[in-house]
Write a protein that binds this ligand. Structure first.
Ligand SMILES: *[C@@H]1O[C@H](CO)[C@@H](O)[C@H](O)[C@H]1NC(C)=O
Ligand SMILES: *[C@@H]1O[C@H](CO)[C@@H](O)[C@H](O)[C@H]1NC(C)=O
Ligand SMILES: *[C@@H]1O[C@H](CO)[C@@H](O)[C@H](O)[C@H]1NC(C)=O
Ligand SMILES: *[C@@H]1O[C@H](CO)[C@@H](O)[C@H](O)[C@H]1NC(C)=O
Ligand SMILES: *[C@@H]1O[C@H](CO)[C@@H](O)[C@H](O)[C@H]1NC(C)=O
Ligand SMILES: *[C@@H]1O[C@H](CO)[C@@H](O)[C@H](O)[C@H]1NC(C)=O
Ligand SMILES: *[C@@H]1O[C@H](CO)[C@@H](O)[C@H](O)[C@H]1NC(C)=O
Ligand SMILES: *[C@@H]1O[C@H](CO)[C@@H](O)[C@H](O)[C@H]1NC(C)=O
Length: 455
């Protein structure tokens, strides 16, 4: 891989030796390597995302990704007031950016009767053992209704309502009201925060139902109470089930929780209810901060998280995971833009540079669409290495959500640069030394001081 780069340098040496010097200095400072994706490369990553996304939450995550990259005006992360325009602006309809977004809604709602065995009334958008994951498609369905897709021939509003009612009426809950992530029993997964609360909040804003917006916040609060480890700050992955619990700090799960919380916060902020949800927005912001503060100290010098962030890559069943690394980094740039929270920006920058690093020359033109010479992508755009998205304890090859996280990271990074790259050089947080170090250091200091007195 690095051969390509070296041979270019060597070729230049023969002609202009100063070029080698300059290139070497740039390379040493890390600037000689392109560390951003071209538009063509993002399209390649997007194409792999479109192919791979076949499960309920993958459709929902892809839908959100389309908005964040290509139709930002319809993303809750834009600063536009919600609800968004019911008539799609000419520039967006001309670009066809929303076509794949609405295709997801249409495909899911058209096949709903088949998927759900002609059930009438409360039902998920698509049949699934997860009670939460189908709801991730809900925002796309709500927007299909809001913008009048298919001229009223497809009942998007009814499908969204059935999904909402299903969550409240058919899914088991904890005694204090946390909606289960599973249909068959009460079990809480950190993933839930990305799948359900953003849908509840968006539903509430479009239908002017403040209670639903409040419920989005309440569900995150309940989930945090159960899953957060107060010492570590990070969230455990799966609790309360009769089987299949996972008390580990799954990195992707922490990313889902942070990203879902930011979507709810942004939905509240851009809505007519913003002023009445000040405390809730502050809480959500502090819960995102808490996840970053818990997880980023575990980022090692590869700048890539392991699948369980607090475990070394050599621990049984653990390995490096570029997917969660991309998702978490995207939430750090979002926090910088939305909350003026810069503490972890230097960490996200490290991760981004590692993920988008290439040994090829920095001068790849905009038309370049392959990802050859990338350390963390195959030539045709698959992110590597990644956790198997359908079996969270093992490494996989092709992850739809990983592809989505890369595109989200690219999109928010682009916005952050346009906004002046604020926080690029934020002070690194001080790492508290472990208690044994304090004890030993104090003892050593005492001995040295004592010795000083003697001599
Ligand atoms: C964004 O738009 C480009 C250009 O139309 C397209 O190739 C790409 O697939 C889109 N990305 C996503 C995530 O929809
Ligand atoms: C669908 O409904 C039929 C008839 O009621 C029933 O026999 C079948 O088990 C149902 N299938 C599923 C997957 O629920
Ligand atoms: C569907 O859209 C209409 C506006 O066209 C709106 O009045 C209604 O509340 C929406 N329904 C849902 C469930 O979002
Ligand atoms: C808000 O939504 C909830 C849940 O669907 C519903 O029970 C309630 O009646 C709605 N409130 C209003 C004012 O529409
Ligand atoms: C961009 O940065 C400025 C401060 O430099 C800030 O006031 C503004 O809100 C930022 N824009 C966004 C979209 O975050
Ligand atoms: C990028 O790759 C080059 C060549 O392999 C390496 O020297 C450099 O340290 C890498 N940079 C980052 C940020 O990973
Ligand atoms: C390359 O892409 C960037 C970002 O989309 C754009 O600002 C720039 O004008 C493009 N350059 C060329 C030469 O097309
Ligand atoms: C990943 O790809 C390798 C080689 O192509 C294959 O041997 C392996 O089974 C794949 N693993 C998964 C989880 O798909």
């Amino acid at each position: 891989m690095s051969w390509r780069f070296d041979s270019r340098c060597t070729r230049r040496v023969g002609r202009k030796s100063w070029t080698l010097g300059a290139t070497a200095i740039l390379a040493l400072s890390g600037l000689g390597h392109a560390q951003t994706l071209t538009d063509g490369q993002v399209d390649t990553v997007s194409a792999r995302l479109a192919e791979a996304a076949q499960q309920s939450w993958e459709f929902g995550t892809r839908a959100q990704t389309i908005l964040e990259l290509n139709a930002t005006q319809y993303s809750v992360f834009s600063s536009n007031a919600l609800p968004p325009p019911a008539t799609i602006p000419q520039s967006i309809s001309d670009s066809k950016a929303l076509d794949p977004f609405f295709a997801i809604a249409k495909n899911i709602v058209s096949n709903r009767a088949k998927s759900n065995n002609n059930t009438v009334g409360p039902q998920p958008l698509i049949q699934d053992g997860s009670a939460a994951d189908p709801a991730s498609i809900g925002v796309a369905v709500l927007l299909a209704n809001w913008t009048g897709q298919d001229s009223g021939n497809i009942d998007y509003a009814g499908a969204a309502k059935d999904q909402l009612d299903f969550l409240f009426e058919k899914v088991p809950k904890t005694s204090d009201g946390a909606i289960s992530h599973r249909v068959s029993e009460v079990q809480l997964w950190s993933d839930f925060v990305y799948m359900v609360p953003p849908f509840l909040a968006y539903y509430g804003v479009l239908t002017r139902n403040r209670t639903l917006v409040a419920e989005a916040y309440n569900q995150i609060k309940l989930y945090r109470n159960y899953l957060r480890d107060p010492k570590q700050g990070m969230w455990k992955h799966v609790l309360l089930g009769t089987s299949g619990n996972d008390e580990g700090f799954w990195s992707t799960g922490n990313g889902w929780a942070a990203a879902g919380s930011l979507r709810v916060l942004a939905t509240m902020r851009n809505s007519e209810y913003s002023n009445t949800f000040k405390n809730e927005q502050n809480d959500l912001a502090s819960w995102v901060r808490e996840i970053h503060a818990g997880i980023y100290p575990h980022l090692d010098d590869t700048s890539i998280f392991t699948n369980y962030a607090d475990q070394p890559p050599t621990a049984p069943g653990n390995f490096y995971d570029a997917a969660s690394t991309a998702l978490l980094a995207s939430t750090v740039y979002r926090a910088a833009l939305l909350l003026n929270e810069f503490t972890y920006v230097p960490f996200a920058e490290r991760s981004r540079k590692a993920l988008f690093n290439t040994t090829a020359s920095a001068a790849s033109s905009n038309s370049t669409s392959t990802l050859d010479s990338f350390a963390h992508f195959t030539e045709d755009g698959w992110l590597r290495p990644v956790v198997n998205p359908h079996s969270y304890g093992v490494q996989g090859n092709e992850s739809a959500e990983g592809q989505a996280f890369v595109v989200q990271l690219h999109a928010v990074y682009r916005e952050w640069v346009q906004n002046g790259s604020r926080g690029e050089n934020a002070a690194q947080p001080r790492v508290t030394p472990p208690i044994w170090f304090v004890v030993v250091a104090t003892a050593v200091a005492a001995v040295v001081a004592g010795a000083g007195l003697v001599f």
